[in-house]
Unconditional design. Structure first.
Lengths: 353, 265
């Protein structure tokens, strides 16, 4: 994030000196150091595996969809399907080629990117709501494919896949700390890549296509190339997230883990977090994974035993839906914007007016 | 695309509009229109509302495909050009109702205009490889130069959508200018501006033409601005050319006076 400070400099011919300062970067390093060193030390196994790992993977999936929807402006309900492609492709590379996990994971992402590229081709002709319907078709087709073709789950009777082994170049990752470090490293690297992309000419082209595609062509931007690239890169992220979800979080999973409700979950993450914001993906994912826990704790302490557990679950969902509606109305730019507004308000406090 | 090199016609002309006709569902917008634009001149298109001025610019940069006729640009002849190909050949364009990327900052908007000069791919962007970093520094510098030239530096990080209309017009000019165009098509660059803003914009246009040597075709309604600014005036009325010459010649042309002032017949 850059801040611009204006200072009056009377000694030079240039009256106003504009200095750009990168702020917040040291916070990022601190956060990363905390995630690598402090969290495993203070957090117990339940926290790492049941809360932090899924939160990180959902953030990654959020980044994937946000690249497509938040930055390039192409709507999609196929996130779950692309996650499944990544999971099943990674499984195939692990099983048939005996690759080490990081390599299989990367190639799984590449396969997902190819599938995303294919399903992105109609975006050259179709826009908005109709494109969303196309992505829905992709979702249903992929779900069907991974259920009906037993080769994908190696003919197992449960139609699920689980990692034959989890290692990175000889280092065993199958314990909970190993999985945590695997997920954290992948998410950290891919977040860095995403930030690079959205701040580059590639990212500016995406946003130009999103804001006004006819003007983008007149400005010299290759619209179709930009859109299809967004589909491919987005699917790469979703594919990697799907593989991590299967092998580093669930352990074993079938295609039902990547249904339409997963697509909606990822969509809610970026709506709540903020369309067109990388940090928003983490905020949205934290919200989505922590809110149910918080509601659970509140419900347990307030109505322990007095209210039916099933009813509580439904109340949770209702609160969730209400919050999403509230966000769409009050802050379409999501929590990332909300927080940055608070920050700028705080920085000029008490000069509020 | 039907690009072919036929070195016919005026050797000094950068743009030749030849027998262009355009209609929308049977309604004729432009009828058999021909004129030349000389290299490095400022050519003004004038005429009443609905005369076909914007439509003509849209034909030149490929937004519309003409029913007949052709466009000679540089040493190529086109029947049908796409906006992207026009941009890549150095035809810059601004619109009557600003066509900007509203959620992006002023500087990012301007930097999008540099796409045709980008020689790096997305993998280099993703990993911030040296070539991508060098290009980013170069692009930022080029955009800063344009921001400074158009007096937009104070707005560089402001989302374009929150700026005043007149400032947005300058941003759009900047986006076209940063691409280092050979030909700049400006559709009413001074629309909705007060006298001071108009004078500033006219000075920018004059500067761009004289110091950067960019040929400019612009649409404008303010006759005094046109007389001061342009080297060449083409007058349209109901999609036909009714006048073509220097500002003084055009002002003396009775047909132009009739079209503009609605003289009694």
């Amino acid at each position: 994030m850059t801040d611009t400070t204006l200072t009056l400099d009377r000694n030079t011919s240039q009256p106003i000196l504009i200095r750009e300062r990168k702020s917040g970067q040291h916070w990022l390093w601190l956060l990363l150091a905390g995630a690598y060193l402090a969290l495993p030390a203070i957090g117990n196994e339940y926290w790492l595996n049941a809360i932090v790992v899924p939160f990180l993977i959902l953030s990654l999936a959020g980044i994937g969809l946000n690249i497509l929807t938040g930055y390039a402006g192409q709507t999609s309900l196929g996130s779950g399907g692309f996650m499944a492609v990544g999971a099943f492709a990674t499984y195939a590379f692990l099983l048939h080629l005996q690759l080490t996990f990081p390599v299989a994971l990367f190639l799984g992402g590449v396969i997902a990117a190819l599938v995303g590229f294919l399903f992105g081709l109609p975006s050259a002709k179709i826009k908005g709501f109709y494109l969303m319907v196309t992505s829905l078709a992709a979702q249903f087709f992929l779900e069907w494919l991974f259920l009906k073709v037993p080769w994908f789950y190696n003919y197992s009777s449960s139609a699920t896949i689980s990692a034959p082994r989890l290692d990175a170049f000889g280092i065993n990752l199958s314990n909970s700390l190993g999985k945590y470090y695997l997920v954290l490293t992948v998410v950290a690297v891919l977040t860095w890549v995403a930030v690079n992309l959205v701040r580059s000419q590639t990212g500016r082209n995406w946003m130009a296509v999103r804001d006004m595609d006819t003007a983008a062509a007149v400005a010299g931007i290759r619209i179709n190339h930009s859109k299809i690239l967004a589909f491919a890169i987005s699917s790469f992220y979703l594919g990697v997230a799907g593989a991590l979800w299967t092998f580093a979080y669930l352990g074993s999973a079938g295609v039902q883990s990547f249904g339409l409700s997963r697509s909606f979950q990822i969509l809610f993450i970026i709506i709540i977090g903020g369309l067109g914001s990388i940090s928003g993906c983490f905020i949205g994912a934290a919200f989505i994974s922590l809110l149910p826990l918080a509601l659970d704790v509140i419900a347990q302490t307030l109505f322990a035993g007095r209210v039916d557990a099933g009813l509580l679950q439904n109340i949770q969902k209702a609160i969730f839906g209400a919050l999403i509606i509230w966000f769409l109305i009050k802050e379409p730019d999501g929590m990332a914007r909300l927080i940055s507004n608070w920050r700028s308000r705080l920085s000029i406090w008490p000069l509020r007016f | 695309m039907t690009g072919s090199s036929q070195g016919v016609g005026d050797p000094d002309a950068i743009l030749e509009v030849r027998n262009i006709s355009l209609s929308f569902q049977g309604i004729k917008a432009i009828t058999d229109l021909s004129f030349n634009v000389q290299r490095r001149e400022i050519c003004a298109l004038i005429g009443p509302n609905g005369a076909g001025k914007s439509s003509l610019l849209n034909v030149v940069n490929g937004v519309y495909t003409p029913d007949s006729g052709e466009i000679l640009y540089g040493d190529e002849t086109f029947r049908k050009l796409k906006p992207l190909d026009a941009a890549r050949r150095g035809i810059g364009r601004t619109f009557q109702n600003n066509a900007l990327f509203k959620k992006m900052s002023v500087r990012d908007n301007i930097m999008t205009g540099l796409s045709r000069h980008s020689r790096t791919n997305f993998i280099e962007h993703a990993l911030r490889l040296p070539r991508a970093r060098r290009e980013e520094i170069d692009f930022t510098q080029r955009s800063e130069d344009v921001l400074e030239f158009l007096d937009l530096r104070a707005h560089r990080h402001t989302p374009v959508g929150s700026l005043a209309y007149g400032v947005q017009k300058r941003v759009e000019l900047g986006r076209a200018l940063v691409s280092d165009p050979t030909l700049l098509l400006l559709d009413e660059p001074m629309a909705g501006m007060n006298a001071q803003e108009k004078a500033e914009m006219a000075a920018f246009i004059k500067d761009i033409n004289q110091h950067l040597g960019i040929t400019i075709v612009l649409i404008e309604h303010d006759v005094s601005v046109i007389m001061n600014l342009s080297d060449h005036v083409v007058v349209l009325d109901y999609g036909r050319k009714v006048g073509d010459g220097t500002p003084a010649e055009v002002r003396a042309n009775p047909e132009v006076i009739a079209a503009y002032l609605g003289a009694t017949h």
